[in-house]
Every structure is written in structure tokens, then in C-alpha cells.
Write a new protein. Structure first.
Length: 101
């Protein structure tokens, strides 16, 4: 249903930018689900308040979480700017994102 609404006739008419993204650039639903299961299980608790992207390597971020907490930086990039993930790309994927409220 979602695929049809985005890629069907109505989707091409109202959201043409969606069809411009090649399918291989989409994050697979399984990867997103796997991250959510780990978050729900409490594995990501040391990263509480930080932006997580499904393309990030959660194990790598967790390994670096101690340094981040000790330095009081806003994100695992270690910049110390206090601006949050919107201004600081993920060290793993290089993507930028918004800090969830």
C-alpha cells in the first residue's frame, strides 16, 4: 500500500521527489526493525538523547559512548559544540539528522 501510494500515479504527481531516489538508497525495513528491537531491549540506553540512524553501527557507537559521556559532548562525533545531531554528522554514516524532542 505504501509503495503504491508513493510510487503509483498519485505519488508521482504529488511527491515527485520520492521517485527520484533510487530504491537501492532506501534503508531496508529489516535494518530499521533490528535497530528498534535493540533500542527496546535497552541496548542503546548509554546513547540516550542522541540521534541514532538505522545506517549507523550501533556497536561502534556504544563502544564510544563512555568517552562521549566523560567529555560531555553532544554526540559521538566529539565536537563538543552542543548543537546536536542536526549540525553534526554521524561519525559512522556521515549523515545529518534532527535530535528528537
Amino acid at each position: 500500500m505504501v509503495e503504491e501510494s508513493l510510487l503509483g500515479e498519485a505519488g508521482r504527481r504529488w511527491r515527485p521527489q520520492i521517485t527520484a531516489v533510487p530504491p537501492e538508497e532506501y534503508t531496508p525495513a529489516q535494518r530499521t526493525g533490528d535497530l528498534l528491537v535493540r533500542i527496546a531491549a535497552g541496548e542503546a540506553d548509554p546513547l540516550s538523547g542522541r540521534f541514532l540512524h538505522a545506517e549507523d553501527d550501533l556497536d561502534e557507537l556504544l563502544a564510544d559512548a563512555g568517552r562521549v559521556a566523560a567529555e560531555g559532548t553532544c554526540s559521538p562525533c566529539g565536537c563538543g559544540s552542543g548543537r546536536g545531531a542536526e549540525d553534526n554528522p554521524s561519525p559512522v554514516s556521515g549523515r545529518r539528522g534532527r535530535v528528537a524532542a
